[in-house]
Design a protein around this ligand. Structure first.
Ligand SMILES: NC(=O)c1ccc[n+]([C@@H]2O[C@H](COP(=O)([O-])OP(=O)(O)OC[C@H]3O[C@@H](n4cnc5c(N)ncnc54)[C@H](OP(=O)(O)O)[C@@H]3O)[C@@H](O)[C@H]2O)c1
Length: 243
């Protein structure tokens, strides 16, 4: 059960009424929690979702750090800060934006708070080698998103926002984000909702990208984007054509 009347039943009704893959549910009004929201990626997403009219709760291991991050985003936005368990508990949709090395432990510690919720994983398990750049790390479960699903059997895990540049999200000069967000998951209702959520940010579009067992290459592709960015001094994103 999620607050604001968004019971799983209501989401189910909306899915049944959908005619095409382009008909998405209404994601307005969803409260968004962000684990590790004090980092650039979490804070950038917090900023964009707050600008799009969402209430956002930035999560941290320390309440003061979360509050500071919320304050930094400025007055007038509905952003608050709290410890990760509180952020998870208050949100309808919870984004995981912690580094890969804290991924498993963070989710294991929040199993109860995340039960019944949509958990959106944007974590890229990457290593960096001097002179060669970023590369994808092997993950026992297949991908970070599959690890999340294994650790959180009572949550609905969706993988998304891997290729979004935190720098652009945080840049006040950038009005719109020029990219598609690949959204992966095993539960269509949840992927539809997260696609709709991505579409709340101007210029961004959520595109269904397959089931969670295809998350590895999406996470891994971030290493290629990092190489592109280094070569072209850019903040490259993806566009999917003919969709
Ligand atoms: N940066 C990007 O452009 C980008 C783009 C797409 C996806 N991502 C993914 O988003 C995630 C966050 O990226 P980021 O650049 O924002 O990372 P970050 O700044 O290194 O970390 C984000 C936050 O996670 C918390 N944290 C740090 N170590 C932790 C641990 N061991 N356990 C639990 N929490 C920990 C910290 O918050 P507190 O100390 O306040 O708890 C930190 O502020 C990464 O997994 C990355 O792959 C990043």
């Amino acid at each position: 059960m999620v607050p604001d009347g968004r019971s799983p039943g209501r989401l189910g009704d909306m899915t049944e009424q959908q005619q095409t893959p382009h008909d998405l549910p209404d994601a307005a009004g969803l409260v968004i929690g962000i684990l590790g929201g004090t980092g650039d990626q979490g804070k950038g997403l917090a900023r964009r979702f707050a600008l799009a009219g969402h209430r956002v709760v930035i999560g941290s291991r320390k309440a003061e750090r979360a509050q500071q991050a919320a304050d930094e985003l400025g007055a007038g936005l509905a952003v608050s800060g709290a410890e990760n368990p509180v952020a998870a508990g208050q949100a309808d949709v919870v984004i995981v934006a912690v580094p890969w090395d804290g991924h498993r432990a963070t989710l294991e510690s929040l199993r109860a708070e995340l039960a019944g919720k949509i958990v959106v994983d944007c974590v890229n398990p990457l290593g960096f080698e001097k002179g060669k750049g970023a590369y994808a790390l092997p993950v026992e479960e297949g991908s970070a998103a599959q690890q999340a699903a294994a650790v959180l059997p009572d949550s609905r895990v969706v993988a998304a926002f891997h290729h979004v540049s935190a720098k652009l999200l945080l840049d006040p000069e950038v009005d719109g984000m020029d990219l598609d967000v690949l959204v992966l998951g095993d539960d269509r209702e949840s992927t539809d909702l997260v696609q709709a959520l991505a579409g709340r940010i101007p210029g961004m579009r959520g595109v269904y990208g397959g089931r969670l067992h295809n998350a590895h290459q999406v996470e891994a592709f971030t290493a290629n984007l990092i190489s592109i960015n280094r070569r072209y001094k850019s903040h490259a994103g993806l566009r999917v054509t003919d969709v």
